[in-house]
Design a protein around this ligand. Structure first.
Ligand SMILES: NC(=O)C1=CN([C@@H]2O[C@H](COP(=O)(O)OP(=O)(O)OC[C@H]3O[C@@H](n4cnc5c(N)ncnc54)[C@H](OP(=O)(O)O)[C@@H]3O)[C@@H](O)[C@H]2O)C=CC1
Ligand SMILES: CC(C)(CO)C(=O)C(=O)O
Length: 296
């Protein structure tokens, strides 16, 4: 491997565009693979913008090279359709870094790979795809990765870019903390409102009760998270701009399938497995599933 690993990126949407732009800005443009042949990608942020020249490749059969590192930033609902890209882009030692929400990336990706290392990540930054396909990055780009040998390839790839990478000794706890935030953000879908809705006392109470339920499941899965975490997450929503959405709300508003299972269903599923009652999930999950998948 040279100083920098060779990098491909699948899924140049909100998160994928952020990573592609961070790499392009330092002269290390990744090979970009997607569903739509966007002529270029554009990232906007406070104080500037970055244009990544395209086009985005849309045919896995046209790929000539394999890569040391493959970032995947499609939605979890798009895994099966995306899978041909993995076969085209990976060699035996390629590391696949999953830029997705949830705590199940390794299990979900294993069927589509021939033993490659799958690195889960926690993606902390909100990024919003606009009508013209440009992306609005609404905070500093930051990832957390588990402390594994394969993590080195991501650290090398993103070294010196505007996307910072933290390495967590206890990744399980970090990933579950983010999952709790994502689970409660799902309430925005049911209300059809953005973060401002958490300023309501009734929504704050509901959120706290839901988060305590999620916390019990997270702990049963090995996460070490204190009793203060639900309130901290609600406080975080109180501090957010009232117009801040979440990617699952953007999908709902566009009529796309929702990541309800990896963000909310997971709490109900694991709760059942551990014998932990999940009364709030039992209401929230079917409503999200029906909003996503119908019928009707
Ligand atoms: N947006 C956010 O703020 C955050 C999102 N996340 C998580 O990151 C992940 C990605 O989310 P996000 O970036 O918002 O999603 P987007 O919907 O913005 O982007 C998905 C991208 O994948 C492309 N795609 C869809 N199907 C395929 C396919 N078959 N092959 C190749 N590319 C495909 C889409 O193409 P097309 O251009 O045609 O639509 C699009 O470019 C999700 O798991 C989400 O939960 C995590 C933290 C924050
Ligand atoms: C915005 C953020 C970071 C938290 O809800 C997110 O994970 C998402 O939009 O999916």
């Amino acid at each position: 491997m040279s100083e920098y690993p060779t990098v491909a990126l699948i899924g140049p949407g909100a998160i994928g565009t952020t990573i592609a732009a961070a790499l392009h800005e330092v002269g290390r443009t990744p090979t970009m693979c997607g569903r739509t042949a966007h002529p270029q990608l554009e990232l906007r942020f406070d104080g500037g913008h970055i244009v990544v020249p395209g086009p985005v490749q849309i045919d896995p059969a046209a790929i000539q090279n394999t890569f040391d590192l493959v970032f995947v930033a499609v939605k979890s609902t798009q895994l099966e359709a995306m899978a041909p890209w993995l076969s085209a882009l990976c060699h035996a030692n390629s590391v696949v870094c999953v830029l997705q929400n949830g705590v199940e990336q390794q299990t979900l990706f294993a069927p589509y790979l021939s033993g490659n290392t799958v690195l889960p990540s926690v993606v902390w930054f909100p990024a919003q795809r606009e009508a013209d396909a440009s992306v609005w990055l609404r905070s500093k780009a930051r990832l957390t990765l588990p402390d594994t040998p394969a993590t080195r390839v991501v650290l090398a790839a993103l070294h010196g870019t505007r996307c910072s990478v933290d390495v967590a000794q206890d990744f399980t706890s970090v990933a579950w903390r983010k999952l709790l935030q994502n689970a409660v953000a799902g309430l925005m879908v049911l209300a059809g409102r953005r973060a401002g809705m958490f300023s309501r006392t009734d929504i704050s109470s509901l959120s706290l009760a839901y988060l305590r339920e999620c916390l019990a499941v997270a702990r049963a899965e090995g996460a070490i998270l204190g009793d203060e975490v639900p309130q901290e997450i609600v406080d975080g929503f109180h501090r957010s701009p009232a117009d801040l959405g979440t990617s699952i709300l953007a999908d709902r508003q566009a009529g796309r399938p929702l990541e309800w299972d990896i963000r909310n269903g997971v709490v109900q599923r694991y709760g059942q497995a551990h014998g932990i009652p999940t009364p709030i999930s039992d209401v929230v999950v079917p409503l999200l599933a029906a909003a996503s998948d119908g019928p009707g």
